[in-house]
Ligand binder design. Sequence first.
Ligand code: SF4
Ligand code: SF4
Length: 150
Amino acid sequence: MKIRDFLLIDLIIGLLTSFKHFYRKKFTIPYPYKKPKPAPRFRGFFYLNPSTCIGCGICWKACPIDIIYIKTHDEQTPEGKRKKVVDRFDIDVQRCMFCGLCESSCPNGTFKLTLKTGFYEGAVYDRKEIYFDMYKLQNWVKEKKEKKNG
Ligand code: SF4
Ligand code: SF4
């Protein structure tokens, strides 16, 4: 038997390492009791305010996998100007890779179409649930947050 083994040197070194880390700041979070706050640039689930979308279709063109579906019609404003009205705005989120190209290409800025909702708890039992139409784009994250917070 080596003297190192006899004096339990390795065990003492191991215990000292454990004690050294015992009072250090913890990096793990007891999810779901505590929830990590995402970084400001984190891409979570979508939010769109359809009333402020101008229906330009730039996000649809920017999407590399063609999962945005937009349908618009033209209307005349009281001032006699032509205005696009959005009839359909769907995103097939189940296929989305959260690249953010749609958001960054939106000329109306992040308040129109955004992934910066900070929401990441999007687990569902049915994949079809994460096909977002205009209503879901506006309300899904809010409803999910309310449900999770009880
Ligand atoms: S984030 Fe999703 S919807 Fe937007 S451009 Fe990328 S793949 Fe398309
Ligand atoms: S790019 Fe922005 S404003 Fe244009 S259709 Fe998409 S969400 Fe609406």
